[in-house]
Design a binder for this molecule. Structure first.
Ligand code: CO8
Length: 293
């Protein structure tokens, strides 16, 4: 199994701090170690006075397929409905393994003080998709093939990553209910303009220029995005962008996100304590294994 440092690279190209997911074989699935490693990179960016923008980019077909199902411990049993487990040791285990980690990761993105930019090479799922909704600027390589999906209900989880606040505020309340309750994909065209911003890159031209070589297309998209952002920064006085972020994402908004983050992890905890997501992740893993054989 690769380490987080092998799966996630970073480089400092002032004014950008660039984080790149480099695990296309699993569609950039993430373990908790990986997500926590990313939070340490956010801290590095935050502490670097030459960096004003933290850019998340990726590789391969997907931006990220969310939680790595191989990292989820197997289940005791999977029942529909919650059989209450009151064993303090089990509660403690999932406080440590789920609640603390999930809350900490989401909190790091909520509180990040640099301009957070996501350059989507493809779809994002689960906690990774929730993180996209916490970014300040989001660009997609190909709006037609990009989607965000939150399969929390099918996996026996509750909402995560502050989506209970971000999705309704970006997509509308009733639509968000449907997307979250039934784990439906939020397609690029549904969030174009509200979440996905227009870049100067013409995807079809990019395909032609790269001879339809998928990995070259993504690599070029990442390079062109940084170049485009660099051009946009040309005439601005950089310290103002951080002041503006502090105003646009002020304390009241940040506090609302923090509150929902706390509520979400507490809402999800009983499911983990009672083994529901573990069982459902196992089913998913077995289905993928069967498809391989
Ligand atoms: N974990 C591990 N491996 C994965 C994952 C994943 N999440 N997703 C894909 N892969 C692997 C596949 O096993 C496959 O490997 P191999 O080539 O060795 O067989 C490879 O990536 C390619 O995947 P597919 O063949 O399945 O590609 P498809 O295009 O057919 O399907 C999908 C793509 C739709 C993304 C499909 O792979 C899928 O459904 N993946 C699971 C997505 C998912 O449900 N993620 C969890 C979201 S929930 C969440 O993030 C909440 C986090 C809470 C806990 C956090 C713990 C860290």
């Amino acid at each position: 199994m690769k380490t987080s440092q092998e799966k996630i690279a970073y480089k400092v190209e002032p004014p950008f701090f660039i984080i790149q997911f480099q695990s296309p074989d699993t569609l950039n699935a993430m373990t908790y170690d990986d997500y926590i490693y990313v939070t340490t990179l956010l801290e590095l960016s935050s502490g670097n006075p030459d960096c004003y923008f933290t850019v998340l980019e990726s590789s391969g077909r997907f931006f990220s397929s969310g939680a790595d199902f191989n990292s989820i411990p197997p289940n005791v049993k999977d029942k529909n409905g919650i059989k209450q487990n009151l064993d303090p040791k089990v509660i403690q285990k999932w406080l440590e393994n789920f609640l603390c980690k999930n809350q900490y990761i989401t909190q790091s993105f909520i509180r990040h003080d640099k301009i957070l930019i996501a350059c989507l090479n493809g779809p994002a799922i689960g906690l990774s998709a929730a993180i996209i909704l916490l970014c300040d600027l989001v660009y997609a390589m190909n709006v037609e093939e990009t989607y965000l999906q939150f399969p929390f209900s099918t996996l026996g989880l509750s909402n995560e990553g502050a989506v209970s606040w971000t999705l309704p505020n970006k997509l509308g309340r009733n639509k968000s209910f449907e997307k979250l309750l039934f784990a439906q994909k939020v397609y690029g065209y549904e969030i174009q303009g509200s979440v996905l911003l227009k870049s100067a890159i013409d995807y079809h031209q990019l395909e032609v220029n790269c001879n339809h070589d998928k990995s070259k297309i993504v690599q070029t998209f990442n390079e062109l995005m940084i170049e485009e952002l660099r051009q946009k920064c040309k005439n601005i006085f950089l310290p103002t962008v951080l002041k503006m972020k502090a105003l646009l994402k002020d304390e009241s908004l940040t506090s609302q996100l923090e509150l929902i983050n706390t509520k979400e992890v507490n809402s999800g905890l009983p499911f983990w304590v009672n083994g529901i997501p573990q069982g459902r992740f196992q089913v998913l893993k077995n289905l993928k294994k069967a498809a391989r054989e």
